[in-house]
Ligand binder design. Structure first.
Ligand code: CU
Length: 173
């Protein structure tokens, strides 16, 4: 069979259903495109606006000093600290979040979050709060815990062989 050119007009004009589908899809595209900037401004889910540069070794030594100063106990080899209101620190390191923070409900803390090695994901469970912990970056999250209980921190960024077991804890009194 010889190869022949297709008919000159081989398509059919769009039918009614196809036109409806295109209109619905286009409307939806425009809508979700507009929702993105809208949610960025009103969604209260943006990363913290306060952050500083800090070297991983410097942050590690700050966390160490903070831990020694306010240490009240230990759990599975991780120090428990009970700091007063103000600046508090937590570091992600392969493969643990440390120290364990014991906080008072209703008080305001400035939680400094960073990593002493690679990138980690800071995810507070059961709350749906997720932040990045980056080496070289000190993110300051102003928090006011209002519900007593135990909150678990899970690393949600693959960071190496022990990633699946990388947890931490915040206790609210
Ligand atoms: Cu991880």
């Amino acid at each position: 069979m010889p190869i022949s050119a297709p008919e000159r007009i081989w398509w059919k004009p769009a039918g009614k259903e196809e036109k409806i589908w295109i209109a619905v899809a286009l409307t939806w595209c425009i809508l979700i495109t507009l929702i993105m900037p809208y949610w960025h401004i009103t969604g209260k889910q943006n990363p913290p606006q306060e952050y500083y540069r800090v070297s991983p070794t410097k942050f590690a030594s700050i966390v160490e000093r903070f831990t020694q100063k306010y240490k009240t106990g230990e759990e599975n080899g991780v120090a428990i600290v009970e700091p007063p209101e103000g600046d508090i620190f937590i570091a992600g390191s392969q493969f643990v979040w440390h120290p364990i923070l014991k906080l008072q409900s209703g008080k305001t803390y400035r939680l400094h979050l960073s990593s002493t090695d690679v990138q980690h994901g800071f995810s507070i469970y059961p709350l749906n709060m997720n932040f990045m912990a980056l080496p070289d970056m000190d993110y300051v999250l102003t928090i006011q815990p209002d519900k007593p209980g135990e909150y678990f921190i899970i690393c949600n960024e693959f960071c190496g062989g022990g990633h699946h077991a990388m947890t931490g804890k915040i206790i609210v009194m």
